[in-house]
Design a protein around this ligand. Structure first.
Ligand code: ADE
Length: 226
């Protein structure tokens, strides 16, 4: 899949690209590119934002700046271009990102992610240029770049081969294999530590019992029991 992250700070992605599962995904032929919103701005002096109509603090990223960046990247009309791909605008008031949305996005061939800064985007970016407005949680970040990396991390690790260990994606928190519930507890050596042991079933070698125990623990956690 090809992911373009539209941002005022494309350099933020440099570190992220070097992380193991991201590097694995890139080596498999997927791409993750930072696209500088300032590079194609139609305004003088690299301007990308403006004061909000109606007054108030902060600056708002202009819709014509985002439009120009998308059109330069796609060589197509920015509004029509979203018919060919998901365009995710990141904003604290958007739809809450979750594992199901990560799986949905991981099935796309093309993905554009728009990172806001300052007071965010002109609302017309959400209504006319994006297909989705997504939040990574009910708190306000200084910009969408960290949110973009959260989304990309959750999406890229779902691509076959990115983790190098496919089972980890099949049966992890919120996956269908666990009925959408949180993951069960894990243990490893030492078997005894400060008097805290390991549940007997896990060392029994009885795979059916282990599977059942894990599903039960996941269900317990889902119902708030742990
Ligand atoms: N930009 C600022 N805060 C954000 C959040 N919580 N989620 C997504 N994008 C954001």
């Amino acid at each position: 899949m090809n992911i373009d992250v539209f941002t005022l700070f494309p350099g933020w992605l440099d570190w992220f690209r070097q992380q193991r599962h991201v590097a694995n995904a890139l080596a498999l032929g997927h791409s993750l590119d930072g696209v500088d919103l300032r590079a194609t701005t139609p305004l003088k002096g690299g301007q990308v934002d403006d004061t909000p109509y109606g007054g108030g603090a902060g600056m708002v990223i202009r819709v014509d700046v985002v439009e120009a960046a998308l059109e330069a990247r796609w060589d197509a009309d920015a509004v029509e271009g979203r018919g060919d791909r998901r365009v995710v605008a990141l904003a604290p008031a958007g739809r809450q990102f979750d594992d199901a949305l990560a799986a949905e996005l991981a099935a796309e061939d093309e993905l554009a992610i728009l990172c806001g800064r300052y007071e965010g985007f002109d609302e017309r970016v959400h209504t006319h240029l994006a297909t989705d407005v997504v939040s990574i949680g009910p708190y306000v970040l200084a910009g969408g770049e960290l949110a973009a990396m959260v989304v990309c991390d959750a999406v890229l690790r779902k691509l076959p081969g990115a983790l190098g260990h496919e089972d980890s994606v099949q049966e992890e928190s919120f996956s269908p294999a666990l009925e959408g519930g949180p993951e069960y507890p894990h243990y490893t050596r030492p078997a005894q530590w400060r008097g805290a042991g390991v549940p007997e079933v896990l060392t029994s070698g009885d795979h059916a019992r282990v599977r059942d125990w894990r599903l039960q623990r996941s269900r317990e956690r889902a119902s708030g029991g742990d």
